[in-house]
Design a protein around this ligand. Structure first.
Ligand code: ISE
Length: 337
């Protein structure tokens, strides 16, 4: 069985998803692309031999040849497009964030719960990254004892697409928020933000340190630095009672030259998380083909809501300089597993 996929948005992520789908995902066929920007849309369609290229995403969702939809358009469009896909009965992979406010995410959750089956996966691809998966297995083995501290570093070479102090948490730190919930299998209870004096190479409060106190005791400490200049660098170390486990710097090679030895950092996240994106898309396609709960093997719509709600608490802590208590809604039974 082949799942015919339409990709909405031909920007960085839409183009990358289209490329991965067309080249590396078994059981999937890229059949349509949409983007209001004609040159961008046509370039993606042409490079994969796709004939259906729409200016309007509604036409892609309405195309009877499209079985499933990837939403990789600008963040404020996500909610309407995800709901439109659900109305058309088409499973969705929505890039993060699921929607730009916790209330909008809850509207989507409510619609999915009303349908009685999971049809949405949110693009928190790190859940499929082999490094984080090893970390989770090590924790679950019990050999390391209980988790105490999860240190995270999230550095971008330069800010991409957003230029506000809030964006550091909403756009970048939200990945660590999601991976911490998943890794520790715990909800965040309190958010605290501390900031050094900002880098003089930016006009926003960059870097920031977001601290999450998780229910059950572990603390997550996240450095977010989106103008770190030297490259894209994501790190993580989980410290437990009887040991620690750290992500390996991911590089295909070690370069020795001119008295130095080192690894190469990419300019953005696509190279660092190439495996994660491919495995994520394969899991989404497999869940659709099996008729299973879409999103259950990755981030569900509920996880999309939780990440946005926790990011909102972090943003409130940044603005006020005070700790902010986090109170999530009650998780519906649909997402129990
Ligand atoms: C970007 O939007 C992403 O989602 C990347 O995964 C993240 O690492 C980056 O910081 C964001 O700007």
């Amino acid at each position: 069985m082949t799942i015919k996929v339409g990709v909405i948005g031909a920007g960085i992520m839409g183009a990358d998803h289209a490329r991965i789908l067309a080249s590396s995902v078994a059981g999937a066929e890229l059949v349509a692309v949409s983007d209001p920007d004609a040159p961008r849309r046509d370039a993606v369609a042409a490079s994969h031999g796709v004939n259906a290229a729409y200016a309007d995403a509604a036409d892609l969702i309405g195309d009877s040849n499209v079985d499933a939809v990837i939403v990789a358009s600008p963040d404020p469009t996500h909610k309407a497009l995800v709901l439109m896909a659900l109305d058309a009965g088409k499973p969705v992979l929505c890039e993060k964030p699921l929607a730009t406010s916790a209330g909008d995410c809850l509207d989507i959750v409510g619609r999915e719960v009303g349908m009685g089956r999971q049809m949405i996966q949110v693009g928190f691809m790190r859940r499929f990254d082999p490094g984080y998966v090893s970390m989770k297995r090590a924790l679950e083995s019990g050999d390391l004892g209980a988790a105490l501290i999860f240190h995270c570093i999230h550095r971008n070479r330069q800010s991409t697409g957003y230029t506000t102090s809030e964006g550091l948490i909403a756009n970048s730190g939200v990945h660590e928020i999601d991976i911490a919930r998943w890794l520790l299998d715990a909800e965040a209870a309190r958010a605290i933000v501390v900031t050094p004096r900002p880098s003089r190479l930016t006009t926003v409060r960059d870097p920031q340190i977001l601290i999450l106190e998780m229910a059950g005791g572990p603390v997550v400490e996240i450095e977010i630095f989106i103008n770190a200049q030297y490259g894209y660098d994501v790190r993580g170390e989980l410290v437990c009672e009887k040991g620690a486990i750290e992500l390996q710097p991911r590089s295909d090679t070690v370069l020795r030259h001119d008295g130095r030895e080192g690894i190469l950092h990419g300019t953005d996240w696509r190279r660092r998380f190439a495996d994660a994106y491919r495995i994520e898309l394969q899991a989404w396609i497999d869940a659709i083909a099996d008729g299973g709960a879409v999103g259950a093997g990755g981030a569900s719509a509920w996880d999309g809501y939780a990440a946005t709600a926790i990011a909102d608490a972090g943003i409130a802590a940044l603005r006020t300089g005070q700790p902010v208590e986090i109170r999530l809604e009650t998780r519906p039974g649909l997402y129990a597993g």
